[in-house]
Design a binder for this molecule. Structure first.
Ligand code: MG
Length: 255
């Protein structure tokens, strides 16, 4: 079921978005060579407790997960691209780290992801990250009343193709509200002018994620982490937005 939220509810969602943005800002500052992924998860757990927020991840156990997630943050390093389960790993020079975080504040969820390189970056990794960011911006720009879902998807897909990347359609964006995942699905490629008409009050996470040289993934033995089939690196950018009569509102925009 697709839920539309009224302007009062959309105002109520803003604190969750601000908190998730603050967490990602803190993670971007903390992530560095020599930092353990478990320390990043602990930092977020502390911030959640201090804020009185509720993790969407710790008890998350969908059909594709081997067991409840058990952590509050997704950390995907290098060839890991989505759903990375934090483990005892110390970030090394040049690692490409994607963090994905969702939580509930006062009953409303926000969901956002960002990628960074720690230490000395490879230029191609910065380019990959930038492509996910440009695709996200293009998707958000298309998220206006009168457009259709296919306009968002096509904007993302065209950005990837222009960069010479292929697109995996197994995972994409989703409706957000009182829970982390709802309808509609927001595919990372599609046909402009097709699909669900975009209406004011629709709240969605848009989340392009691309890999250097493949569109295929496999699940790590940890039961969660999704890795590129060919070992190439991945990047991921995500915001939670509301479609309004005044244009898209990006709840998780970072200062
Ligand atoms: Mg997310």
């Amino acid at each position: 079921m697709i839920e539309l939220f009224n302007p009062t509810e959309i105002e109520q969602m803003r604190p969750a978005g601000r908190f998730v943005a603050d967490v990602l800002t803190a993670l971007r500052a903390k992530a560095d060579v020599g930092v353990n992924l478990l320390d990043l998860d602990a930092l977020v757990a502390d911030m959640i407790a201090e804020r009185g927020a509720t993790s969407c991840y710790v008890d998350y156990h969908p059909s594709f997960g081997a067991m409840p997630f058990g952590k509050v943050l997704c950390t995907s390093v290098n060839d890991a691209v989505l759903h990375g389960l934090p483990f005892d790993y110390v970030l090394a020079d040049g690692d490409l780290l994607s963090v994905d975080f969702a939580c509930s504040v006062d009953g409303w969820v926000a969901d956002s992801a960002t990628s960074v390189v720690v230490g000395t970056p490879r230029p191609e990794d910065l380019e990959l990250i930038r492509t996910t960011e440009v695709a996200l911006e293009a998707g958000i720009a298309a998220a206006v009343v009168g457009n259709r879902m296919g306009d968002i998807s096509a904007a993302i897909g065209e950005t990837a193709r222009a960069a010479g990347l292929s697109i995996n359609l197994q995972f994409g964006g989703h409706g957000v509200g009182r829970t982390m995942h709802g309808d509609p699905h927001v595919a990372n490629d599609g046909r402009a002018g097709r699909g669900l008409p975009l209406k004011a009050g629709l709240v969605i996470a848009i989340e392009p994620w691309f890999m250097h040289s493949t569109d295929e993934i496999f699940t790590d033995p940890d039961g969660w982490t999704l890795r590129s089939a060919d070992g190439s690196r991945g990047a991921h950018s995500e915001h939670t937005i509301a479609i309004t009569e005044d244009g898209p509102v990006v709840f998780t925009a970072r200062a």
